[in-house]
Design a protein around this ligand. Sequence first.
Ligand SMILES: [Zn+2]
Length: 82
Amino acid sequence: MASYTYVCPECGNTVEREYRVPSIIRTCESGCGFDHYVRAELADAIAEVPEESRPDDWDDLTSTERLLVAFREGFLSMGDVR
Ligand SMILES: [Zn+2]
């Protein structure tokens, strides 16, 4: 069965799951403030958003909000998020 990698946006810790969703809710064992892990390819797209396309409050955004920015800036398409 296929498995998908999910990444903690804070520390980069990863977990594998057998289902494919944009993000999973889990508490990071590193004690990070985030309670979401983002699918690895989406995390990559978020990382690709260049500095000048990032809103001023980028550091305060949740992973979901960053995903929306990645969308808006064209680094992600609907097909990526299914
Ligand atoms: Zn973490």
